[in-house]
Design a protein around this ligand. Structure first.
Ligand code: HEM
Length: 351
């Protein structure tokens, strides 16, 4: 499989995982989670007799099986690829390793969800493992995407200079914050805390009726959301300002676009969250609410990836030699390691 086809394969797989998660949310909101009372079989059969709820749950399981097989193929390909630079090969294998870990834990957790009668903590862990698995596959996609871009840059002999962006470590906080909000959302959903107060902006007539119990959980979910809106909208405004002529920060168009995209998605997500309350958690609102959360996480992961790549590429400059301009040196780091074998300058940076 060519590297380009592999990139398409990975993004299709990521979209399929997103679809699988949406289906999972649908199963939960339609209370079909225990329609198959046993696991891994359903009513003792590989293919159960037809009943709408049973088939909803069965399709979720069968679809999960297909995703697992497709991932296994992606994993094998990741470890067999010879056309990657040293940095990319290492990153791809690492992400694939994490993905395997999350998927294995997820398969066990999926079974426990059924066997332990859909306990809230288990349902939430199931959501979080799915989120981490999606994150790992997205990361694999990012690595292959960066590799293809770097190859294209070297073919056209253009400089990476305009792409250089060294924002430092704080970017990693963004996916951590979104992941935390997803965890709180998962708890809200799995404890049915979404329906304990359905007015907005107040909750049962107060801003904070209590910080405890199901109501407290929903209130926390709301306030974390407002903080995220302030943060991401602030970052989007900063990104636009940073693009102005004469601004000190070097922000490539792609990164600026990601900040803007995050700002738009977080607002949309908040509107959908509010509608979710006002319309009493219907599946056609709660499922997009979950999907938007994953899209927001994906954007922040990409930002983290961009920051990490910029740092790695920047670091190559410190140990690379014989190339005049900073960006070209970074590029050379990726290319040099492509020859494979040996302890290249990039290896030194990564070790
Ligand atoms: C950045 C903003 C937000 C993120 C990332 C987020 C994320 C999530 C996630 C991942 C879930 C679990 C979905 C599932 O498993 O099906 C959830 C549930 C929920 N969220 Fe949010 N949310 C955000 C903002 C909001 C806001 C502003 C509100 C309302 C004011 C809200 C109300 C709810 C409700 C009611 C549920 C429970 C849905 C159910 O029972 O199925 N969310 N959220």
């Amino acid at each position: 499989m060519t590297l380009k086809s592999y990139r398409i394969y990975l993004i299709v797989l990521a979209v399929m995982i997103l679809g699988l998660m949406a289906l999972g949310a649908g199963v939960r909101t339609m209370n079909a989670g225990l329609s198959c009372p046993d696991w891994p079989l359903c009513f003792g059969k590989v293919i159960p007799d037809f009943h709408p709820a049973v088939w909803f749950e069965f399709v979720h399981r069968a679809y999960a099986g297909v995703v697992a097989l497709l991932y296994a193929a992606a994993l094998v390909i990741a470890f067999r690829r010879k056309d990657l630079s040293q940095i990319s090969r290492k990153s791809l294998r690492l992400a694939a390793g994490w993905g395997t870990l999350f998927l294995s834990a997820q398969i066990i957790m999926g079974g426990l969800t059924v066997l332990m009668l859909v306990k809230a903590v288990i349902v939430t862990t199931h959501l979080l493992l799915a989120t981490l698995f999606l994150g790992a596959v997205l990361w694999m996609y990012f690595v292959v995407d960066r590799e293809l871009s770097s190859q294209a840059v070297s073919e056209t002999k253009t400089s990476l200079k305009s792409e250089t962006w060294l924002p430092g470590w704080p970017v990693v906080i963004l996916p951590v914050l979104v992941f935390s909000q997803i965890a709180i959302g998962g708890l809200v959903a799995s404890t049915y805390a979404g329906s304990v107060c359905v007015d907005w902006p107040l909750c049962n007539g107060k801003w904070v009726p209590t910080w405890k119990g199901a109501i407290g959980l929903q209130v926390i979910h709301r306030f974390v959301a407002y903080a995220l809106v302030a943060l991401f909208v602030g970052l989007a405004v900063w990104a636009v300002t940073a693009a102005r002529a004469g601004a000190k920060t070097v922000l490539p168009a792609r990164v600026r676009g990601l900040f803007l995209f995050a700002g738009v998605i977080v607002i949309l997500q908040t509107v959908v969250g509010i509608l979710n309350l006002l319309f009493y958690i219907p599946p056609h609102i709660t499922v997009p609410h979950q999907t938007l959360a994953m899209i927001l996480l994906g954007i922040t992961l990409r930002l983290w990836f961009e920051a990490r790549s910029a740092r790695l590429l920047g670091a190559v400059e410190l140990v690379g030699g014989g190339v005049s301009d900073k960006a070209s040196r970074a590029q050379a780091g990726l290319q040099a390691s492509e020859a494979g074998g040996g302890q290249t300058s990039v290896d030194v940076v990564l070790s």
